[in-house]
Design a protein around this ligand. Structure first.
Ligand SMILES: Nc1nc2c(c(=O)[nH]1)N[C@H]1C(S)=C(S)[C@@H](COP(=O)(O)O)O[C@H]1N2
Ligand SMILES: [Mo]
Length: 332
């Protein structure tokens, strides 16, 4: 699966290979269908979706879809996907304002082409990647991940990208490289709140090398079969599904390999509230609120029940081993 650039510099996905958005619009019906009889198929994930697509009325085109399958275990959930409208209008992107509606209103000023990502620090092959080359570096696939924000809400989003590990292997980390730092764009001309004092700009995030190498860590270029909307971190962001959302830095311009734990934006702003690890953990409260439950965006009607937050956001089977022997209360 590939996302290509048109000659005019505008980037768009190859739609025949990516699940079109209407698939998600119709997904509620598919889920209902699944609940009534096709339950066994539900366990099989994507294969089942193709089968169901054949069964779903008016969605004949879906049956021909082949590109959406993820090769990475645990990279697809059969939970109901959040509406695109919600995922692209309820955002955290403080460079464009602190209100959830601000990024969708303001991020049209972000200039995503041309765009380069610099790979530097403790690697044998440092370099600058144009966004188009970065997109083509490895086969892209679609993965449906939960994203759990530290503020207590969550979404289920079909992301498009490839494992960050593919890039890491390509640039050959030096033996001393223990962490990866992600530096995101801080452009006061196009980002109205970069002058504000909420955070120390640029927004920086980081991962330990084994976390960055974990196949679930997705270098992300698209969602819902399209390139990322600006407010979701165009043209490239990271998605680390077992960590609180703020670990998933948007609009990345630098990937730096270091021997020291990077100083990250929220940790610098409030170290007692936001740790470096920030693995989703229902047993470790935020100092000002519980992390035991979450509100799924799109389900916030009068009778909507809160969901129980799962350790590692439900990805414990895949990533728990990374933290064997670590005190996760201390390393929050
Ligand atoms: N550069 C940058 N990246 C960021 C943020 C931000 O303010 N600036 N917010 C983070 C937070 S708190 C969350 S919850 C997720 C939200 O991603 P989404 O809007 O695509 O759901 O982005 C993260 N990445
Ligand atoms: Mo967040």
């Amino acid at each position: 699966m590939l996302i290509k650039t048109r000659d005019d510099g505008f980037i768009h996905p190859v739609s025949s290979e990516i699940t079109p958005q209407r698939v998600y619009d119709g997904r509620r019906d598919l889920m209902k269908l699944m609940a009534t009889g096709a339950a066994g198929v539900a366990l099989a994930g994507w294969a089942s979706r193709d089968a169901l697509a054949q069964a779903a009325p008016g969605s004949g085109k879906l049956a021909a879809l082949k590109g959406g399958k993820s090769a990475v275990a645990g990279a697809v959930t059969m939970e109901k996907v959040t509406e695109f409208k919600d995922a692209s209008t309820y955002n955290n992107y403080y460079e464009f304002g602190t209100d959830k509606a601000d990024p969708a209103k303001n991020a049209h000023t972000l200039k995503t082409a041309p765009w380069t990502v610099e790979v530097e620090g403790l690697v044998k092959k440092p370099g600058k990647y144009g966004i188009e080359d970065l997109m083509k570096l490895s086969a892209q696939e679609e993965r449906i991940y939960r994203l759990r924000c530290v503020e207590g809400w969550s979404m289920v989003i079909p992301w498009v990208g490839y494992s960050l590990a593919e890039l890491i292997k390509r640039v050959e980390p030096q033996p001393g490289a223990k962490f990866i730092e992600f530096v995101t764009l801080a452009d006061p001309k196009t980002m109205p709140f970069v002058g504000s004092r909420v955070l120390d700009w640029p927004y920086v995030e980081g991962l330990r090398m084994d976390e960055a190498m974990h196949p679930l860590t997705l270098l992300t270029f698209g969602m819902y079969g399209e390139v990322l909307p600006n407010q979701n971190g165009a043209p490239v962001r990271i998605v680390v599904p077992w960590k609180y959302g703020f670990k998933s830095g948007k609009s990345i311009v630098k990937i730096r390999f270091t021997d020291k734990e990077p100083a990250t934006a929220w940790n610098k702003a409030a170290a007692n509230e936001y740790g470096f690890y920030s693995n989703v953990n229902p047993n470790v409260d935020h100092p000002r609120w519980s992390q035991a439950t979450e509100r799924r965006i799109g389900e916030d009607g009068l009778f909507a029940k809160k969901r129980k937050t799962l350790p590692f956001n439900g990805y414990e089977a895949q990533v728990g081993q990374l933290y064997a022997g670590m005190d996760l209360k201390k390393n929050y």
